[in-house]
Write a protein that binds this ligand. Structure first.
Ligand code: PNS
Length: 156
């Protein structure tokens, strides 16, 4: 049974992330959704909040658990005994960026990456835009899971 890591910032998790969690759960024996601790982006939700949201979203999937990592993703994969990284791909721009990371991660440690094409209904959704729209008073209910939407409204 293969063990895969689905890494991200998840600030906040979106419908696109939820879709990848469900499909990765079906495709792999075990999935660790790993929230990055120390990336340089500005955060709306702190790590505990992001873990709480991801834990709620992963509830229906018994083979999915939530983890956190700080430092190199490949080191986290090695610690967890996971030989695969899974990522969603929305666009050619994502592909160019993700391909380089996938190749670097493989060159460093042999950890491979599998890409799942984002469903078309989620292809234009990103956490960054969701945050900006919500901050400016726009309605993001269609872009995030309901429980994330509630937390966004509370936060803003
Ligand atoms: O949701 P995001 O912000 O697109 O996630 C990006 C993330 C966290 C997956 C990526 O930045 C990452 O893997 N960071 C860990 C640091 C690392 O391993 N850097 C070298 C990549 S080749």
């Amino acid at each position: 049974m293969s063990k895969a890591v689905f890494p991200g910032t998840f600030d906040p998790p979106t419908n696109g992330h939820l879709d990848i969690i469900g499909r990765a759960s079906a495709a792999f024996g075990e999935v660790i959704v790993a929230a990055g601790v120390n990336q340089s982006k500005s955060r709306l939700f702190d790590l505990d909040e992001r873990i709480a949201m991801l834990t709620e979203l992963a509830e229906p999937y018994p083979n999915v658990r939530i983890g956190t990592f700080d430092g190199l993703l490949v080191d986290y994969c090695r610690t967890e005994g996971a030989g695969l990284i899974v990522k969603g791909l929305r666009s050619a721009a994502d592909y160019d960026y993700e391909l380089q990371m996938a190749q670097l991660n493989h060159a460093m440690t042999g950890v491979d990456t599998m890409f799942l094409p984002t469903r078309s209904e989620n292809a234009f959704i990103s956490s960054s835009w969701v945050k900006e729209i919500a901050r400016l008073g726009g309605d993001v209910a269609a872009f995030v899971p309901p429980r994330v939407h509630v937390r966004l409204l509370e936060k803003l």
